[in-house]
Design a protein around this ligand. Structure first.
Ligand code: NAD
Length: 370
């Protein structure tokens, strides 16, 4: 079997610290499980701007397009806040997403039993929660034209954005949601505003058509996006996979992530189209940013980064049992009461980034041996 290729982009702030730890996890799979990875590292964000005058070089972009999966930590920081838009750290991230054509953003919201109390919602509402939001990432109102701000003859100004979706854009992201659901709870809820927006009506019709043609074994429901926002805090466990457009997905996925109460725990995956060899372009990254307030002090929670790598094992390398080892090890370590500062609770033991990583690595040995 040829080596699986990975491009690691640590980025800025706490990025290099959490990437250093996930590198140990990757090495664990090679040493203990015989799984070889061909690993390259590159610069993205502020560190790339400092070295090359751009947040992402053409060479790094080309490497990202060539590998099986990209693992990114975080970009940004106050040092680069005053740069022009195209030089800002985030521009590197946007270029990666755009050129890799990552149209499906997967954001799991899973509540670990040990962290039920970290949620602002009642324990009964979130205990056992495990849902996945699939957000369309490259279309809709964030990219539609016409767009802009114009001066009107009457002295006022007008701001315009256009919500637009074509059939193929809806089908490809809905397909990801249906495929995902088959590996989980087999339920998809599609969300739009078809009652007031034609683009939403088309979204619903096309999801129904695809479901009828290819995915009748999956349970499909529909919910208006405003109702979905309410149901996510009222009774989130009714959902398995939610698929929605770019704008509503932006909002609903942030809302869902906060049900878990801790940004240092949340992974994400962004997937592109499948090529002729059945491979998808894919980028895995924690939901959190570069946390400049705690950078360089061994305080960051590495778990979001670890769980992002677990998603890579699942979705890019089809190593389901290996992903289970890492996820179960994380859960077991949380059950022993170890906590980084962001998820600290009374009576628990506060540990550093590296001690948390050491503990998870030791636990992986135990889980793998069981
Ligand atoms: P942030 O996610 O970096 O931090 C928000 C808060 O959460 C901070 O108090 C931080 O200390 C804490 N936090 C975040 N991740 C943590 C972790 N793993 N462990 C422990 N605590 C953690 O968001 P922000 O403060 O709004 O932004 C900081 C910088 O990050 C900005 O430059 C922003 O543009 C950038 N950013 C980047 C991304 C990305 O790379 N995808 C996402 C969001 C923000």
């Amino acid at each position: 079997m040829s080596k699986r290729s990975l491009l690691l982009l640590p980025g800025d702030g706490i990025g290099p610290e959490v990437m250093r730890q996930v590198r140990r996890v990757i090495d664990w799979y090679t040493r203990k499980r015989g799984i070889e990875f061909a690993i390259e590292e590159g610069l993205v964000g502020g560190c790339s701007y400092d070295a090359h005058g751009t947040p992402l070089t053409d060479e790094t972009m080309a490497r990202a397009l060539a590998v099986d999966a990209v693992l990114l930590a975080a970009v940004g920081g106050p040092k680069w806040d005053n740069l022009g838009f195209d030089k800002r750290p985030e521009a590197g991230l946007l270029r990666l997403r755009k050129e890799m054509e990552l149209f499906a953003n997967l954001r799991p919201a899973k509540v670990f039993d040990a962290l039920v109390d970290a949620s602002t919602l009642k324990p009964d509402v979130v205990r056992g929660l495990d849902i996945m939001i699939v957000r369309e990432l490259t279309g809709g109102v964030y990219f539609g034209t016409p767009r802009g701000i114009t001066d009107l003859p009457n002295g006022e100004r007008r701001g315009v954005n256009t919500q637009v979706y074509d059939t193929h854009e809806i089908h490809r992201v809905a397909r990801v949601a249906f495929e995902l659901a088959r590996k989980r709870g087999n339920k998809v809820c599609s969300s739009e505003k078809g009652n007031v927006m034609e683009s939403g009506l088309l979204w619903r019709q096309e999801v129904i058509a695809l479901h009828k043609a290819e995915y009748q074994d999956v349970e499909l429901s529909h919910m208006l996006a405003d109702a979905a926002a309410m149901q996510l805090v009222r009774n989130p466990k009714q959902f398995d996979v939610i698929v929605t457009d770019n704008l509503f997905g932006d909002i609903l996925s942030d809302e869902a992530s906060m049900l878990t109460g801790s940004i240092g725990m949340l992974p994400s995956a962004s997937l592109g189209a499948t090529d002729a060899n059945g491979k998808r372009k894919a980028l895995y990254e924690p939901v959190h940013g570069s946390a400049p307030d705690i950078a360089g002090r061994d305080l960051a929670n590495p778990i979001a980064m670890f769980l992002s790598f677990a998603m890579a094992l699942r979705w890019s390398f089809d190593l389901q049992a290996e992903a289970d080892i890492l996820e179960n090890a994380v859960e077991n370590v949380l059950n022993t009461g170890l906590r980084t500062g962001d998820i600290m609770q009374p009576g628990m033991a506060k540990v550093s980034t590296s001690v948390m990583a050491d503990s998870i690595l030791r636990e992986m040995d135990k889980v793998a041996a069981a």
